[in-house]
Design a binder for this molecule. Sequence first.
Ligand code: ATP
Length: 251
Amino acid sequence: MSLLKIEGLVARHGLLTAVQGISLDIEQGETLALVGANGAGKTTLLRTLAGVHPVTGGRIVFDGVDVSALPAHHRVMAGLALVPEGRKLFPAMTVQENLLVALSAKREGNWNLGTVLEAFPQLKPKLKAAAGTLSGGQQQAVAIGRALMTNPRVLLLDEVSLGLSPLAVQGVYDSLNTLMGKGTAHGTTVVLVEQDLQRTFQVADRIVCMLEGKVVAIGRSDEMTREQVMAYYFGHRTPTSSLTSQPTGTT
Ligand code: ATP
């Protein structure tokens, strides 16, 4: 059974249907990347999964339970955590306070203040600093650390490298590799949006190409080429044997 099953999901912004009947099965421990041009609906999909954007149609089934109507904080308690685009920290609160906020989810597991600081050692000397005074890379580490503190079974990562220097991006992904790594103690399932296609290929087990709110192709990252993904990205579909391409009218 899939850990996260998305069935005909629809999400709107007013009259605009940003997610148009998406269906996906996400397995325990896999890293799934959502790829698509600006406005393809990636952020709306992640926010809808996290419960911070309402479901208009379809279902989200998490570990066999329909969570479509659950409010966001209940989904966090169930084990779904979002690292939102733009981090959304409490800038006046200290790094430690930002991390400890996550304890309200009351989920037991390997992640706690100590293990998060092991994963992001750059935060150790910053624990008492106001989060708003940190560099972009450090703030991103706090945002990911805060999500990890909830001991998620599924981590939803929305463009964690946005606005960071190449060095900071490398630092964030070095830490993420530990939890994405197969066979580790944490073995977290990850759904991520990442604009850097090369990095997407490095970290993802499967890649989902989205166009105008629909899934147009799904494939294993080791069976897809950058050219194929770019063709789907721009809507120039190229049928291949290795990809599961999905007719845009039926997803
Ligand atoms: P990006 O890479 O730019 O973040 P995306 O693939 O994440 O793009 P979304 O941000 O989910 O796409 O946007 C999907 C569609 O919904 C777009 O047409 C966008 O203009 C629209 N949209 C997103 N947020 C809002 C909002 N708050 N109000 C109205 N329309 C919105």
